[in-house]
Design a protein around this ligand. Structure first.
Ligand code: SAT
Ligand code: MN
Length: 595
């Protein structure tokens, strides 16, 4: 570590500013991890779970005001306001740094400042990047150890090279003799999740939860990395990566973008319900993609763990996720049972008598307050997933054959449709949307447009981002090797308000069609919105009562789509002259096909 002067200077500068009582360089060892966990158990911040039921696992309750990402306190501080675009909060970098320097001044008093060297991506991969996070939260350290490759080996690789500096403080200095709270954090109006894309810096203040605090994840791997990717000609995307093997033993990888809390983890770990098919997991949230020497697009998962939504995860809905968090896992804001295990709504069995809720009250069915917060999470090592792909840590990444977009759409969108070509696929990504979920605080209910599932994560102007995708198609070394693009919707509802499609493991039936389209072994029906399956080409064997619903599941209703076009045009309006002409053309062509 002595080698990297920039790193040493930078740590000194922040030590002086934040005034911690000590500085600890994290080596990532088992011993260090255990010491931090023991410390948090002693202070009352953590509870060690039942060693028999949940070995080496810990339970945390956050402050009720600090339970998810805070989009209205998240800022992209590019030099020019127009480069942040209409979908981001902007503040001039100098101004934001002045405000935050005030906040960080003495913000770590009475606490230890941890220095966390981490790699996003397999150590030494050409697609990977190194960051260093400073934090005064031991909870963040133990989570970063699961979510990233963290510790001394990262410093060894870093040498005197450049890194992405990530500063984080809970914003809760401790005065002499002051009793610490269980989950220190700052009030919402004092939280700032700030990104400086021109200098690749992240300054996060006031929150200890998830993407606000584990800075490798959304802040680095998406908001900063999307800027790096834009400048350098690659892709940093909010996508799961999975391998699919068909009954003949042919394997293909796909990447899929869905907004937070729309089932990416479930899809990435799906257990097929039709015989002969196999799914393996590379990642459940983020994909970094670059063209390989063979002209194909290769993806790595920059993360090393899953930060998954707990509620409604069960041995029924996602056994692989349940098995991933069987041990060595951190649980945040679930319920806690009297025998020190976790419980959440939809876990698949009744709530044990005497369970404590995430707000630390005795669970009472009568008051209708859930035991687990809807955004309760498990932090589990990826290697514990029984379905983890053998190439999940391959530094070259895995070749991507198809890209999927999706969201929760109760109407209009069929189960699957395929784009006519690359630009039409980019258009499909640009118009993606979803019903609002619990993964962020303070959003209005209803459908919100979430282009490429990147609305909260694209670190620059969304119009330029669409243009970057268009350009990726143009500059691809071999356009015939570009992934095929699809949109899926598992969440269409019938007139009875119930989901039409069973979802979960049965989603393989849609993926099988996608697989066959990529192979070129199945025909499709051309509609105004794209190619959809012939009814008989979706394998519904063994699904009760689906046959009569297939027309509705695959329906493309011209009237609904005309209305959809109006909403698309309205949403496009905000991008002004940064909306690529290719997207306007796609919208015009769609309207013409619908007329
Ligand atoms: O951003 S988090 O990591 O807190 C979770 C999400 O929104 O996907
Ligand atoms: Mn996500």
């Amino acid at each position: 570590m002595e080698k990297n002067q920039k790193l040493i200077q930078w740590v000194k500068e922040w030590e002086t500013r934040c005034q911690p009582k000590s500085v600890h360089w994290c080596d990532g060892s088992e011993k260090e991890n255990q010491e931090l966990l023991d410390l948090m158990v002693q202070s009352g911040a953590a509870i060690k779970l039942n060693e028999e039921k949940r070995p080496n696992s810990y339970y945390f309750q956050s402050d009720p005001s600090d339970v998810a990402r805070v989009e209205n306190r998240t800022f992209i501080c590019s030099e020019k306001e127009e480069d942040a675009g209409p979908t981001n909060n902007w503040c001039a970098p100098a101004e934001m740094k002045e405000i935050l320097t005030g906040y960080f001044d003495g913000s770590m008093k009475g606490r230890t400042m941890y220095v966390i060297p981490f790699s996003m991506g397999p150590l030494g991969s050409e697609i990977a990047h190194i960051g260093i996070q400073i934090t005064d939260s031991p909870y963040v350290v133990v989570n970063m150890r699961i979510m990233t490759r963290m510790g001394q080996q990262v410093l060894d690789i870093l040498g005197d090279k450049d890194f992405v500096p990530c500063v984080h403080s809970l914003g809760a200095p401790l005065q002499e003799g002051q009793q610490d709270s269980k989950w220190p954090s700052a009030p919402i109006e004092d939280k700032y999740i700030s990104h400086f894309p021109d200098t690749n810096e992240i300054w996060s203040y006031g929150s200890g939860y998830g993407g606000n605090a584990l800075l490798g994840k959304k802040c680095f791997a998406l908001r900063i990395a999307s800027n790096m990717a834009h400048r350098q000609g690659w892709l940093a995307e909010h996508m799961l990566i999975m391998g699919i093997t068909n009954p003949k033993g042919v394997k293909k990888y796909i990447a899929a973008a869905f907004p937070s809390a729309c089932g990416k983890t479930n899809l990435a770990m799906l257990i097929p319900t039709i015989p002969g098919w196999k799914v393996e997991t590379v990642g459940d949230d983020i994909a970094w993609m670059k063209f390989g020497d063979d002209g194909r697009l290769y993806a790595i998962n920059p993360e090393a763990g899953f930060f998954g939504v707990a509620p409604f995860t069960s041995m029924e809905t996602n056994p692989n996720a349940m098995l991933s968090c069987r041990a060595n896992t951190i649980f945040t804001n679930t319920g806690l049972t009297p025998d020190n295990d976790i419980w959440w709504e939809g876990i698949g069995y009744d709530i044990p008598e005497g369970t404590i809720t995430w707000t630390n009250e005795k669970y009472d069915a009568a008051n209708r307050k859930p035991a687990a917060h809807p955004n309760a999470r498990f932090t589990a090592p990826a290697y514990q997933c029984p379905a983890i792909d053998k190439d999940w840590e391959n530094p070259k990444g895995v070749p991507i054959s198809a890209i999927l977009f999706g969201g929760r759409r109760p109407g209009t969108l069929p189960l699957i449709y395929q784009s006519f070509d690359w630009n039409h696929g980019v258009f499909m990504g640009s118009i993606a949307g979803s019903e609002v979920t619990a993964a962020a605080i303070g959003l209005k209910a209803g459908v919100r447009r979430d282009p490429f599932a990147m609305l909260p994560f694209c670190g620059y102007h969304m119009g330029d981002y669409f243009a970057h995708w268009v350009k990726t198609g143009v500059t691809a070394p071999d356009s015939s090797k570009l992934p095929k693009i699809f949109n899926v919707n598992w969440f269409r509802k019938g007139s009875d308000g119930k989901f039409l499609w069973p979802g979960y493991g049965d989603n393989i039936r849609a993926l099988a069609w996608i697989f066959d389209r990529v192979e070129g072994t199945v025909d499709a029906v051309q509609t105004p919105i794209g190619f959809i399956p012939k009814k008989e080409d979706i394998n519904i064997a063994g699904l009760d009562g689906i046959e009569s619903k297939m027309d509705e599941i695959l329906k493309v209703d011209a009237n609904e789509w005309v209305a959809e076009c109006d909403l698309i045009a309205e949403n496009y309006g905000q991008f002004g002259d940064r909306l690529p002409k290719e997207m306007t053309e796609q919208l015009e062509k769609l309207k013409a096909r619908l007329a």
